[in-house]
Design a protein around this ligand. Structure first.
Ligand SMILES: Cc1cc2nc3c(=O)[nH]c(=O)nc-3n(C[C@H](O)[C@H](O)[C@H](O)COP(=O)(O)O)c2cc1C
Length: 195
């Protein structure tokens, strides 16, 4: 990436698209950290196998999922539903009971995997929204999530990092890959038509 900065309004539209992403029940059991600070990116670099996008990107997005799902999360969700829809919170008691009785007891590991899957849907939305804004992006799993969690103090926030999205502009002078063709399967090898 070139190191050039993305205009803030483009970043805001990408983040807004990510926020509009679908999630199970609309619970959004994840957060997205937005990192611009050069020193912090530099600190994260070794924990991402020194991949240059970490420091060359304009904005580094860290997708992190809830490490556990609590009654407080359920309550916060109901309050939001109530406020936005202008309906008394008591009316959502069935929904709240479902989360508290059926979802939370599944345990932290199951709920973290569930939350992670949903965060990846938001990641996909971020990829498409970036392309729409003519912003280049690299999704990145090549990093040590425990190290990221430590540096970003995610444990204290009840989060675990999952995947990164580096936003910036491709460097066409030095990055030969940027000029290459998209290597994808033939559509007929991807799609199985079931009649
Ligand atoms: C979940 C996921 C993890 C990825 N991790 C990395 C990564 O750590 N570093 C990197 O340079 N690219 C990473 N990529 C990008 C892929 O390597 C890239 O999408 C693939 O090579 C195809 O390239 P293209 O999308 O530019 O055609 C990742 C992509 C996905 C979806």
């Amino acid at each position: 990436m070139t190191g050039d900065k993305i205009p803030q309004e483009k970043v805001d539209r990408i983040l807004n698209a990510i926020n509009l992403s679908a999630s199970s029940l609309g619970l959004q059991p994840y957060k997205i950290l937005v990192i611009k600070n050069k020193d912090l990116k530099q600190e994260l670099l070794p924990a991402a196998n020194n991949q240059p996008q970490i420091v060359e990107c304009s904005h580094l997005l860290v997708f992190a999922a809830y490490s556990n799902l609590s009654k407080e999360h359920a309550e916060e969700f109901i309050q939001l539903q109530s406020r936005v829809k202008n309906i008394a919170p008591e009316k959502f008691s069935g929904l709240k009971n479902m989360i508290v009785r059926n979802i939370i007891p599944r345990g932290d590991e199951t709920n973290f995997i569930w939350a992670s899957k949903q965060a990846y849907i938001a990641l996909g939305t971020g990829l498409i929204a970036s392309a729409e804004e003519q912003v280049d992006s690299t999704p990145m799993e090549g990093f040590n999530s425990l190290e990221f969690d430590r540096i970003l103090q995610l444990d204290q926030k009840g989060l675990k990092s999952l995947v990164l999205l580096a936003l910036g502009y491709r460097d066409e002078t030095t990055d030969q890959l940027s000029k290459g063709p998209k290597v994808r399967k033939n559509i007929s090898d991807l799609i199985i038509k079931v009649n």
